[in-house]
Write a protein that binds this ligand. Structure first.
Ligand code: AMP
Length: 511
């Protein structure tokens, strides 16, 4: 027998097996009315009411629904329930500028757009055929009085979500995730992390980012409670861990640095000691952070490696039995590698040193971008754009980045996009944007600028100029003026050379 692997399985099982259980705890204080505590039965009922509302609006199978929202129970239930009706969810980064959001809504062809009340004013110019706030308007839309039309032909190859990600082009690309991609990621992830109905998951990751690494599906399918966190704050994370008995969290190294800082001022025993397991990715965590998480928080440190394009799970590094008796420094060193391939994934390194992957979590393609899709999947392998190596035990280590992307606080920034913004300043003759190591954010967006002869501009002028064009997290935090930029014989800027002086203390050129 062959039953299509669709995301519907996760919420269906949550409802059948764990219907009475508290499924989602919404953020208590937020601009929309909080949903408070919702059972999985209620989440499923609300999901059907949303599907019926989309029927009513005439949104067909395969059509797109974009949501720009901070973490919230409503965004979570859309991820869980909308693809089950054969429609496609497009979760959008809430930090993007109105122009960037308009591009994504337009490019994905979303007919419906949901906007967090907090962003109502700043995104007022973003248009879609139907637009609703994620507060009262969302509630009024729900149709409890009619049964939704079931998906006519459930298909695991159908697109479930499209996640726009900043890459090597100035405009983001839409990563098409199929039901099968999400299913395999969720189940494999749950198995490797041994998720069970005893777990309580705190959403320390933005849900828009790669669908919260697909963990909402894992947690729902296995009956784990999900606690929504709207804003990352170290002390607040510690309080929620204590209040809700949290056992699992995921996030970029910057999140755990914030928690470590808050823990230093925490009165009494750190909550979750010997209970919490954290999953870290987005950038290679320094081994010092790993040792501190284990010693100061007493939380289990797990690393994964992957991309939005791979759902994301490619490799996992869980402390294995052999590490139990290692001294903390040696243990942290082992855990600082990206990890071994997850079950069903194959990894190799190309001749040029690029990490390649094969598996069922690899994207179907980029939305309406056949050239980029063909390039990414060339030769039957997915090209990660990351440089690294694989040791005899199968452990992958990421050591540099082949693609022109900066990762700051776990979010990708396209260097080219920032260069375009800096270059549009009339006094700028040449620019190169690179990432330089930063203790808090991993990497810091830095612009190296050559001014046009006779023109003048200060660091503050350049940053102010970019502010009108870029989301806040993409702004150069630092601008350095140079007389010229290192170039190859053919005139290409040598970013590797430009980066060198900033990375002298480091073995690798990514952080
Ligand atoms: P994104 O698609 O935004 O999730 O970003 C994916 C990128 O994050 C990868 O291509 C890597 O450059 C980086 N990344 C993710 N996980 C790790 C990790 N464990 N170690 C090093 N870099 C990572």
């Amino acid at each position: 027998m062959r039953v299509p692997l669709t995301t519907r399985d996760f919420l269906d099982r949550a409802e059948l097996v764990y219907g009475d259980r508290l499924g989602i705890v919404d953020e208590p204080v937020q601009p929309a009315p909080s949903l408070g505590e919702v059972s999985y039965r209620e989440v499923a009922r609300r999901g059907r009411a949303m599907q019926a509302a989309l029927d009513e609006l005439g949104i067909a199978e395969g059509e797109r629904i974009a949501v720009v929202s901070h973490n919230s129970a409503r965004l979570l239930e859309m991820l869980l329930a909308v693809p089950s009706s054969g429609r496609v969810v497009v979760p959008v980064n809430f930090r993007l500028s109105p122009d960037e959001v308009s591009y994504i809504v337009g490019h994905s062809g979303a007919r419906v757009l949901f906007v967090d009340p907090d962003l109502e004013t700043s995104l007022k110019g973003v248009e879609a055929e139907h637009r609703f706030g994620t507060g009262q308007e969302y509630e009024q839309l729900l149709r409890y009085d009619v049964e939704p039309r079931p998906w006519s032909e459930p298909d695991e190859g159908a697109t479930a979500t499209i996640n726009y990600t900043s890459g090597t082009t100035a405009r983001p690309k839409g990563v098409q995730m199929t039901h099968r991609n999400l299913w395999v990621n969720a189940v494999t992830f749950g198995m490797h992390m041994q998720v069970s109905d005893r777990d309580v998951y705190l959403h320390t990751l933005p849900m828009f980012h790669c669908n919260g690494w697909g963990l909402p599906y894992t947690m729902a399918g296995l009956g784990a409670r999900q606690v929504v966190l709207r804003k990352v704050d170290g002390a607040e994370i510690l309080r929620r861990v204590e209040q809700h008995g949290v056992t699992v969290m995921a996030g970029a190294p910057a999140v755990w640095n914030a928690v470590l800082e808050a823990a230093a001022d925490w009165d009494g025993e750190i909550p979750g000691r010997d209970r919490v397991r954290i999953i870290v990715a987005g950038a290679p965590p320094p081994s010092k952070t790993i040792a501190r998480v284990e010693a100061e928080l007493g939380w289990e440190f797990n690393q994964i490696y992957g991309l939005t394009e791979t759902a994301p799970l490619l490799t996992i590094n869980r402390p294995r039995a052999e590490y139990d008796d290692l001294d903390p420094e040696e243990r942290a060193k082992r855990l600082s590698r990206a990890g071994v391939p997850a079950l069903g994934t194959r990894m190799t390194v190309s001749e040029s040193g690029e990490v390649l992957a094969q598996g069922n979590t690899v994207l179907a393609g980029y939305w309406e971008n056949p050239d980029a899709s063909a390039e990414a999947l060339e030769g039957g392998w997915f090209h990660t754009g990351d440089g690294g190596n694989i040791d005899d035990g199968g452990y992958v280590t990421i050591s540099d980045r082949k693609k022109d992307v900066i990762i700051t606080g776990g979010e990708n920034v396209s260097s080219i996009e920032v260069e375009d913004a800096v270059f549009s300043h009339p006094a700028v003759a040449e620019v190169a944007v690179i990432g330089v190591p930063d203790d808090k954010w991993g990497e810091m967006v830095t612009a190296l600028v050559v001014l046009t002869e006779g023109e003048q501009a200060t660091e503050a002028d350049i940053i102010a100029h970019c502010r009108a064009r870029l989301a806040g997290y993409k702004l150069p935090k630092r601008v350095e003026f140079r007389d010229g930029l290192a170039r190859t014989a053919t005139g290409k800027i040598q970013k590797f050379k430009l980066r060198e002086s900033f990375w002298t203390d480091s073995e690798r050129q990514v952080n």
